[in-house]
Ligand binder design. Structure first.
Ligand SMILES: Nc1ncnc2c1ncn2[C@@H]1O[C@H](COP(=O)(O)OP(=O)(O)OP(=O)(O)O)[C@@H](O)[C@H]1O
Ligand SMILES: [Mg+2]
Length: 258
């Protein structure tokens, strides 16, 4: 097999919280430029794995490399430089509720402390346009927005530093089917135009055929499978059977031609 170019490489990751064992030896490569979906039951450790990928949490054991840099090597300057190369849309609390849309998107730019306000304004308005939001939305407060708009603003903020790596944790949860489809199309368009590597956690089988090149399945503390939708759906495992072959799943996959 030819050597894979990995944006992220995880090697033998073990994670424990007290007596709770979440990961029991997970190794994987997120290929540069791919769209990787991460699925697994609630509590299977998807968000925890994501937090380890971005250096927010240190695994109990194992190694995480992002763009070839070992997150455990402990150089704070390197870690900060790395943080500027990825964007994250977290599962909960997508926006700061006491800041308007403009200030939410401007936050990462202001934290860099290198840009003047006129440039920040230009960049924020560009990001708003990128996620198909009207300029007038800039001065709205989060509670004035629909669920789909909140996700778009959060995406604009995740993209504000023009990341090479984008992490989305349940980006379509809470959206109705139409808003969810629109959001998937938006992410795909941005992936084509901006060329980032995407890691996306989802419960939403419906989004997988359109949005992911490969899918990683977490269960029982391990990586059950990683591959194309057809490959992972073929694995004999109780979670895979339920998730990919339950009644609802068959309808979705048949409709998608999978
Ligand atoms: N900081 C923490 N301290 C203690 N336990 C934690 C911590 N973070 C996560 N856990 C536990 O680790 C397990 C995995 O949690 P995680 O949030 O990664 O699951 P998940 O797959 O993202 O679930 P969901 O689909 O519901 O979002 C859970 O049992 C959770 O309670
Ligand atoms: Mg989670």
């Amino acid at each position: 097999m030819s050597a894979e170019r990995c944006a992220i490489r995880m090697h033998d990751i073990h994670t424990r919280f007290g007596d709770t064992v979440v990961h029991r030896g997970i190794s994987l490569c997120v290929r540069e430029g791919e769209r990787l979906g991460l699925v697994g039951g609630s509590g299977s450790g998807k968000t925890t794995l994501l937090r380890e990928m971005i250096g927010l949490l240190r695994p109990s054991q194992g190694r995480v490399e992002v763009f070839g840099y070992d997150l455990n090597s402990g150089d704070p300057g390197e870690l900060q430089a790395l943080r500027n190369r990825y964007g994250v849309l977290f599962q909960a609390g997508a926006l700061f509720t006491d800041l308007d849309v403009f200030d939410n998107i401007a936050l990462p730019l202001r934290e860099m402390k290198r840009l003047d306000e006129s440039l920040i304004r230009e960049l924020v308005m560009l990001k708003l346009a990128l996620v198909n939001l009207d300029p007038a939305v800039a001065r709205a407060m989060p509670w004035e927005l629909s669920g789909g708009m909140v996700k778009r603003v959060a995406l604009a903020r995740a993209l504000s530093l023009e990341p090479e790596l984008l992490f989305l944790d349940e980006p379509t949860s809470g959206l109705d089917p139409i808003a969810s489809d629109n959001f998937v199309q938006l992410i795909n368009r941005l992936h084509r135009e901006l060329g980032f590597t995407l890691v996306m956690i989802t419960h939403d089988l419906h989004t997988l055929p359109d949005l992911c090149d490969r899918i990683a399945v977490l269960a029982d503390g391990g990586l059950v499978s990683i591959g194309t939708l057809a490959e992972v759906a073929d694995v004999d495992h109780p979670f895979v059977r339920e998730f990919f072959h339950g009644k609802r799943a068959r309808r979705v996959l048949t409709a998608a031609g999978g």
